[in-house]
Design a protein around this ligand. Structure first.
Ligand code: SF4
Ligand code: SF4
Length: 371
């Protein structure tokens, strides 16, 4: 038997607005066991990189915040800092970007807490004992929250084929060390042309794994000492430290799933998953732009099963006709796999298969349209 995935399309009328439909959708996935009054609920969202315009609209987010408040709970919006140098790599920049993208209290009605501290080092170690990881590193405020509402923008993704609920949780809730572990196997690489030998990285390194060499006056890393915390990446004033991106798509997705397991550990029965299958861009919202969507808006899904909701969103997108004015150059016919057409070297179903194998949910679902 499959899990229920509730669905609203994007139609609206004078009698029933999208905001009313979102409110109705939320009622379908309310926790079975009521949480104690005033429980703290983390609404995990991606605020969008500066310049990106395809992230979830803050007015929709306010409706979800209002609904959680109506259940006598205390919601806050959250995300963890990014690994790469951009407009969300530390909490100060992250908050400024979030507010400039519309996630101000006056709009969304909830405060923002960045989950992993000012430089991404505030984390909790969660023991999971799985194939790749014995333990994973999750942003402290996500772990501290009593419950989670995952608000994922479902779109194509250059590393995992697609990004939905599993990616929003597994990658999005990881601390800097956790993100580093998922993206790369080894220490950062020094770009010798950019390095000025200032030693700031060395001062911040908790493992003595990066030092300025007496030979050439440039930083040098030591793989055997590096714990992959990523601190040096954010403090270097020259952006001279680069991530050695892990190119193995299968392992990357499995790592992401194991991190999702860590995020959800201890919160069984206290999670709601929502996928906005809208603005389905060819790349993730970490880019400072948003390209034309590969298919038209499909709708919004909600479920208590993180695997079923991603499977349903994946199928719904593939059932659509592809947009010929987008980056999608083939697989335009309904039913053709849009994600494999965009990223032929990545099998996006790895994350679904592995998540089901680890018992996070089922790929079987009952799609129920909310009237
Ligand atoms: S902080 Fe950057 S510029 Fe300074 S020594 Fe380290 S790598 Fe070089
Ligand atoms: S990633 Fe962390 S442990 Fe590794 S060199 Fe950089 S600061 Fe040091």
């Amino acid at each position: 038997m499959g899990s229920d995935v509730f669905f609203i399309d994007m139609r609206a009328s004078i009698k029933r607005t999208r905001l009313q439909k979102i409110s109705d959708l939320m009622e379908k996935v309310k926790w079975d066991t009521p949480l104690p009054k005033k429980s703290l609920v983390a609404i995990k969202i991606h605020f969008g990189e500066k310049g990106n315009t395809s992230y979830i609209h803050p007015v929709y987010v306010r409706k979800i915040v209002d609904k959680v408040k109506s259940w006598n709970l205390k919601p806050f919006l959250t995300d963890a800092n990014t690994l790469y140098v951009g407009s969300r790599a530390n909490s100060v920049d992250h908050l400024v970007t979030a507010i400039e993208n519309g996630f101000d209290y006056s709009v969304v009605g909830a405060p923002i807490l960045i989950a992993d501290g000012i430089r991404g080092a505030s984390e909790e170690e969660i023991v999971i004992n799985q194939e790749i990881y014995e333990r994973v590193y999750i942003g402290t405020e996500i772990v501290n929250a009593d419950a989670i509402v995952s608000l994922a923008h479902f779109k194509a993704h250059e590393l995992s084929g697609f990004g939905g609920t599993i990616k929003n949780l597994g990658m999005g809730c990881a601390s800097r060390r956790g993100k580093m572990a998922q993206h790369s196997e080894v220490s950062p690489k020094v770009n010798k042309k950019k390095c000025i030998g200032c030693g700031t990285c060395s001062l911040h390194c908790p493992a003595n794994a990066i030092r300025v060499s007496d030979d050439d006056g440039k930083a040098v890393t030591f793989d055997d000492l590096c714990i992959g915390c990523g601190s040096c990446l954010v403090v270097c004033p020259q952006n001279a430290l680069e991530i050695r991106w892990d190119t193995d798509g299968v392992k990357f997705q499995k790592k992401m799933v194991e991190y999702t397991m860590g995020v959800l550990k201890g919160k069984e029965g206290r999670c709601i998953y929502i996928n906005f299958v809208t603005n389905i861009t060819p790349e993730c919202d970490c880019y400072h732009y948003s390209d034309v969507p590969i298919v038209n808006d499909v709708g919004i899904l909600a479920s208590n099963d993180p695997v079923a909701i991603d499977q349903a969103a994946y199928d719904l997108v593939n059932e659509q006709p592809g947009r010929t004015d987008s980056r999608l150059k083939k697989a335009h016919e309904p039913g053709a796999n849009k994600f494999k057409a965009l990223y032929p070297k990545i099998d996006p179903e790895v994350q679904l298969e592995y998540a089901e194998k680890l018992g996070l949910g089922t790929r079987k679902y009952n799609l129920i349209k909310v009237k």
